[in-house]
Design a binder for this molecule. Structure first.
Ligand code: 13P
Ligand code: SF4
Length: 307
């Protein structure tokens, strides 16, 4: 049996099981094409959190990385949240531990802790409010202290510092996929495609962000591309986004800023994993109740401010 036929059968089985389990499939914009194509909802971290908090299903199959499924489990404790590939973690989220955060908080007792959703439930529980790449600037502006301890992404921290009048103290974490892009990549891409705007994710280095024409989350990048008059666009984020960009804009051309923009963890989940997740109800993501309650506060505050 050829691959397309096998996939067709697998998709059919997934759809049947999805119905049986009363499940929805959520997928991040970086997931592999086959997984994006069977999802009920595809989005950025904010969109997926909003969906998870307000979904009419018993089971959420979260095709993304662990902090995303964990956020869904925090926001929807009455539902079963499944992460189809248990090893899909975010290296940046592992760059801050709760012990390290507690020590840093002692150094800045007046600072609000703004925590990027790319973090563990324990770290969220120790934070005042969460943010995603699409609302980080608004969240930093909205907190009532003039000093902000921003964890764990140093690049997003820098971006919010530039866009607000707050004193933003960065953590030293970063995304290995976005951090590898350099100013030189922007210069080369502009030379190769002089009429194309450069659109980047705020997890890129400040030197890259400062050269870009637009900065946004993955869904904001998709919105920009959909409404822009440009026929060619240079994209500075993980390559998985190209699938939707090309599907939704068949007449436009998209070029990646750097060919190494691949997040391995986002590529772990396959159709087979999704099938196994629904068949065996694996891997169930749960958060200890005490931590969950505290982390909910930080996530709810963000969702309230994000409308
Ligand atoms: P978005 O919220 O923009 O989708 O970003 C998530 C992420 O992990 C970026 O690397
Ligand atoms: Fe984490 Fe970067 Fe992968 Fe996003 S792209 S999940 S921040 S490692």
């Amino acid at each position: 049996m050829d691959r397309a036929m096998k996939d067709k059968e697998l998709i059919q089985k997934i759809m049947e099981l999805k119905e049986e389990r009363n499940a929805v499939i959520l997928a991040h914009n970086y997931q592999i094409e086959e997984v994006q194509d069977i999802a009920d909802y595809i989005g950025d971290s904010l969109g997926l959190s909003q969906k998870a908090a307000d979904i009419d299903a018993e089971v959420i199959v979260f095709c993304g990385v662990d902090f995303m499924a964990e956020s869904a489990a925090i926001l929807s404790p009455e539902r079963t949240v499944l992460l189809p590939e248990i090893n899909a973690g975010c290296p940046m989220a592992d760059m801050v531990t709760v012990e390290e955060l507690k020590k840093e908080k002692e150094k800045y007792p007046d600072a609000s802790v703004v925590c990027y959703v790319n973090s563990s439930a324990e770290v969220k529980a120790e934070s005042d409010i969460c943010c995603t790449s699409s609302n980080a600037v608004d969240i930093v502006k909205a907190v009532d202290s003039s000093q902000v301890l921003f964890i764990p992404d140093q690049n997003l921290a820098h971006y919010t510092a530039e866009q607000t009048d707050k004193e933003v103290i960065p953590w030293d974490g970063y995304c290995i996929t976005h951090h590898r892009v350099r100013a030189d990549d922007v210069k080369k891409a502009r030379k190769a495609h002089p009429d194309a705007p450069v659109i980047v994710h705020p997890e890129c280095r400040p030197e890259v962000v400062s050269l870009a024409d637009y900065v946004g989350s993955t869904s904001q990048i998709l919105d920009f591309a959909g409404t822009s008059e440009d026929e060619k666009i240079i994209i500075g984020t993980e390559m998985g986004i190209l699938h939707r960009l090309r599907k939704e804009n068949p007449d436009k051309k998209f070029f990646l800023l750097n060919q190494g923009m691949i997040c391995k963890s986002m590529k772990f989940t396959t159709l087979n994993h999704v099938y196994a997740a629904l068949d065996r109800m694996q891997y169930q993501i749960t958060v200890e109740e005490e931590i969950r309650k505290k982390a909910t506060k930080a996530l709810d505050r963000m969702l309230e401010l994000s409308g």
